[in-house]
Design a protein around this ligand. Structure first.
Ligand code: SF4
Ligand code: SF4
Length: 419
């Protein structure tokens, strides 16, 4: 029968202890017995918006899984993701901006951008062949770690859609859009993660995947069947599964059966949310209707359109029209350290709950005396602590770069959400 569990968690301690306990008690038999096995963790790193915006997989959840694996003696662990093609086309490393490279260094594991991987072919609709990263097919154990978020094209994106990031580069990702829902199902028939660990600690509602609102949902779902997990996420979000493209396609194709629906309906979910739907603006809705989308896709493939996309003004116009979800700001953040404004700090402990590597906040910052202090060597520079502090007691030194826009859009929302 299906294996599925829900963990209700919030701070980093709960996340790490909850994941360790659950995997030990209920999933230890699914992991390979050979400790030299190649383990691949596939988060959702859709854009450079950090986990607190609801967009990408939380470093705390991935850190918890790495610590579990390392405690069990696994040596060959890689984090891999084919990040959003718009960023990679603009020569922006989403992996670096989200600090996954530093998390990898901290734990001594590899981090790989699948946009530069060798490919293995998978079959899409109408005879199209697309290339997935070889690592996804060759891993001995693949852990899919998506985020729960609404998505204006697919309805919701969780386990099934997260595998789009296994496609190599823009040229292969584009091929999925010819028949997106069916191709997502096809991808899941070809690449089959052994385990799904879903980050819903901070989810996204509204106009996802990148223009929605973060929602502190406080949940991690674990299961071995992506259709069950995604159906459960739809129920958790009060979203009719028929409105989630890949789930509707899987039901139509007979992959989702009555026993799937029965299991999901009978599961005792402790909390149910009512996510705001991803309602796009009038132009995006007009263009993305099933009848017209193929014409837009054809235009999107032309060299002129690609050129316009690569210009700053073209990108801004598409963003304002709602036809592009991201703005590709090229300025990187320049890190100059963090310090604590003691007079503002109330010792509320919120920052400590968000530090993925549990550096001992806020007092670690109080002891900081320049770049060589011990905490600064461990810090992965994620700025989670800075973003959540309700009193703005953590001071950032340096230049915010692309983070400035993220803080402008989400700073106040995040501070209110975590209180
Ligand atoms: S969140 Fe801010 S106010 Fe609260 S303990 Fe941390 S630094 Fe102090
Ligand atoms: S101290 Fe702050 S910036 Fe550094 S790892 Fe912890 S949360 Fe991230």
């Amino acid at each position: 029968m299906f294996r599925f569990d829900a963990l209700y968690v919030d701070g980093v301690r709960e996340i790490k202890s909850g994941i360790k306990q659950l995997l030990d008690e209920k999933y230890s038999d699914v992991f390979p017995s050979d400790k030299k096995s190649k383990i691949l963790i596939k988060p959702n790193l859709n854009s450079n918006m950090n986990a607190l915006t609801g967009n990408t997989t939380d470093l705390r959840v991935v850190a918890a899984v790495i610590e579990f694996l390392q405690d069990r003696g696994y040596k060959d662990i890689t984090i891999g993701e084919g990040t959003n093609s718009g960023y990679y086309r603009s020569n922006i490393s989403v992996i670096e901006r989200l600090r996954y490279d530093e998390l990898g260094l901290y734990y001594g594991i590899m981090v790989k951008d699948f946009n530069y991987s060798d490919t293995v072919p998978v079959s899409f609709e109408r005879g199209v062949k697309a290339g997935v990263a070889k690592e996804c097919v060759e891993a001995d154990f693949l852990i899919n770690m998506p985020k729960i978020k609404t998505h204006f094209e697919a309805g919701m994106t969780v386990c099934l859609k997260n595998l789009i990031g296994c496609l190599v580069g823009q040229q292969n990702k584009k091929k999925a859009h010819g028949a997106l829902s069916d191709n997502i199902v096809n991808l899941n028939m070809a690449v089959k993660p052994h385990l799904h660990i879903v980050d819903g600690v901070i989810a996204m509602e509204g106009l996802g995947p990148t223009r929605g609102t973060p929602l502190r949902a406080g949940v991690i779902f674990v299961g071995d069947d992506p259709f069950i997990v995604d159906l459960m996420c739809a129920r958790f979000a009060s979203f009719p599964y028929q409105k989630v493209g890949p789930l509707a396609a899987a039901k139509r194709r007979g992959i989702i059966k009555d026993e799937h629906l029965q299991f999901v309906n009978d599961f005792p979910l402790e909390h149910i949310h009512r996510f705001k739907p991803p309602t796009a603006g009038p132009l995006a809705t007009f263009i993305h209707s099933p009848k017209r989308q193929k014409y837009f896709l054809a235009i999107r493939q032309t060299p002129l359109f690609n050129y316009l996309c690569s210009t700053e003004i073209g990108g801004k116009l598409l963003y304002l029209a709602g036809l592009r979800q991201d703005v590709f700001i090229r300025d990187e953040m320049q890190w100059g350290g963090l310090s604590l404004k003691k007079e503002k700090c109330t010792d509320c402990g919120i920052c400590a709950r968000y530090c993925p590597i549990e550096i001992g906040l806020p007092h670690a910052l109080d002891k900081a005396e320049g770049m060589d202090s011990e905490w600064q060597e461990r810090c992965v520079h994620c700025l989670y602590c800075f973003s959540v502090c309700p009193k703005s007691a953590i001071e950032f030194h340096g230049t915010q770069g692309f983070m400035e826009e993220q803080i402008r859009q989400y700073g106040e929302i995040i501070k209110k959400m975590v209180k």
